[in-house]
Design a protein around this ligand. Structure first.
Ligand SMILES: [Fe+2]
Ligand SMILES: [Fe+2]
Length: 298
């Protein structure tokens, strides 16, 4: 009998989120003027959030190259976002397959898939409008993603969702508030932040319930998988090929970024909220925690 109030609370949260989705949902194909000219000289990312900011390599770049680097870094993050959204949609659909379709939670899960469909179109349009290539996942990550989307459920699934959504969200909240940046990326960020707030709320609620229903063996496996997901997402944020766009060999750019104290601080800043959340429910510990540290997220 004790489970009843928790179920009611989860349903109430899902109900509120469904109402919010009704009020604030955006169709990026009509909301955004994709053909508007870009603002000359404006950055795509606050320069201090560039992976090379503050390094001797950064000092050697011209102002134009620095702007270009942030353009490609945004394209890389959008490519990673797109890739992860595809994984996420499949995980939610898999969960829905065994859910009760009359519950508000199941209905919100479908609403979230609908949001992500629009987001992936938006990120595709963004990459195209920026004139950048799609920065694809490595073969290893591609297969890890395939494994995750085919198998993850419960705490593993909601924790992986939260890591990807909250890390990107930290960057996007800063971008939407920064009037010096390109209007296009600010608009894309604003739409994504508004709709992702619902997904984060839902995932936190569902994660708490999933953790409560998982035994010690399942939690140990979840901690490891969650650590691997955090590692992959952090690593994947800036694809090494972005450096080639400004004449820096990818391996040199990547090594410089990894050793860059500014970039390491940015990674920790971006993961602070999700790390606190997941550590709070016992999902960051043991060998999995080492992966968070190796990724520079803590
Ligand atoms: Fe999204
Ligand atoms: Fe989302």
């Amino acid at each position: 009998m004790e489970a009843a109030p928790a179920k009611t609370e989860r349903a109430a949260v899902a109900e509120r989120l469904l109402t919010s989705a009704l009020r604030t949902s955006y169709d990026p194909t009509v909301e955004i003027d994709w053909d508007a000219p870009h603002t000359p000289g404006a950055y795509w990312l606050p320069p201090q959030r560039s992976s090379l900011y503050g390094t001797p390599l950064w000092e050697r770049l011209s102002e134009e190259q620095r702007v270009d680097l942030t353009r490609h870094e945004v394209a890389s993050a959008a490519s990673a976002g797109l890739w992860f959204e595809t994984i996420l949609m499949q995980m939610l659909i898999r969960e829905y397959y065994r859910a009760d379709p009359t519950t508000r939670q199941a209905q919100f899960a479908l609403t979230e898939v609908a949001d992500e469909c629009r987001h992936s179109i938006m990120f595709g349009r963004l990459i195209e409008a920026m004139g950048c290539p799609v920065y694809r996942a490595s073969t290893v990550d591609h297969h890890l993603g395939r494994f995750l989307k085919a198998t993850a459920s419960g705490p593993r699934m909601y924790a992986a969702i939260l890591i990807a959504e909250e890390i990107l969200d930290a960057f996007q909240r800063e971008i939407m508030a920064d009037e010096s940046l390109q209007p296009l990326i600010r608009m894309v960020s604003r739409i994504h932040v508004v709709e992702e707030a619902r997904h984060v709320r839902f995932a936190r609620e569902e994660l708490a319930a999933a953790v409560a229903a998982t035994g010690p063996v399942g939690m140990a496996y979840a901690r490891l998988l969650v650590g691997r997901a955090a590692y992959t997402i952090a690593n994947r944020l800036v694809h090494p090929d972005v450096y080639a766009a400004v004449g820096i060999p990818p391996a040199v750019g990547r090594a410089t970024a990894r050793a860059n104290p500014h970039w390491r601080a940015t990674l920790r800043w971006s993961a602070a909220r999700v790390h606190a959340n997941l550590a709070g429910v016992g999902l960051v510990a043991g060998p999995g925690r080492l992966l968070w540290a190796r990724a520079g997220l803590i």
